[in-house]
Design a protein around this ligand. Structure first.
Ligand SMILES: Cc1cc2nc3c(=O)[nH]c(=O)nc-3n(C[C@H](O)[C@H](O)[C@H](O)COP(=O)(O)O)c2cc1C
Length: 136
């Protein structure tokens, strides 16, 4: 199946598994990626070492693209951003805050950025700032 999303992420089916804090970790994300859609490791409530380890474990289970979700209200957001820039998941979904300042540093690391937005106003802002796709 060929859609803009399958082309953007290099996946077979245009389906992104929803991030679920405390639930979607490397095994689920890798399994969904191996099935032809794409999975997301949820970083909400987790520390930076946990996220780094989960990304590495997911990469051990799949060579397919998967993502990480950032909850922007997290107190350790700077540390989490640093881990993502170093570990380079294929994409990051991010919400619960203003995604705009995170787009450039993630792009500079070669990571696609897919904000989760609750309004047309924010959708237009993140599109203008270079978001690769938007989750409404
Ligand atoms: C248990 C649970 C935890 C969730 N945690 C997150 C999260 O950490 N980050 C996030 O962006 N969305 C989170 N969500 C929202 C889901 O990713 C998804 O957007 C939502 O369930 C709507 O998708 P659906 O219409 O396919 O169910 C969570 C949802 C559930 C059910």
């Amino acid at each position: 199946m060929n859609t803009r999303l399958t082309e953007l992420l290099g996946i077979t089916y245009p389906i992104i598994q929803g991030a679920m804090a405390w639930t979607s970790e490397h095994k689920l994300a890798a399994a969904v990626a191996n099935a032809g859609a794409t999975g997301v490791i949820a970083s909400g409530g987790r520390d930076a070492d946990w996220v780094r380890n989960e990304i590495r474990q997911a990469k051990a289970l799949t060579d397919k693209p998967f993502g990480v979700n950032l909850m922007l209200m997290a107190k350790n957001i700077d540390e989490l951003l640093q881990v993502l820039v170093e570990e380079k998941p294929a994409f990051v979904t991010l919400g619960a805050g203003n995604p705009v300042p995170y787009i450039e540093p993630l792009h500079a690391a070669g990571i696609k950025v897919i904000p989760v937005v609750p309004s047309v106003k924010l959708a237009k802002r993140v599109a203008g700032a270079g978001a690769d796709a938007i989750i409404i």
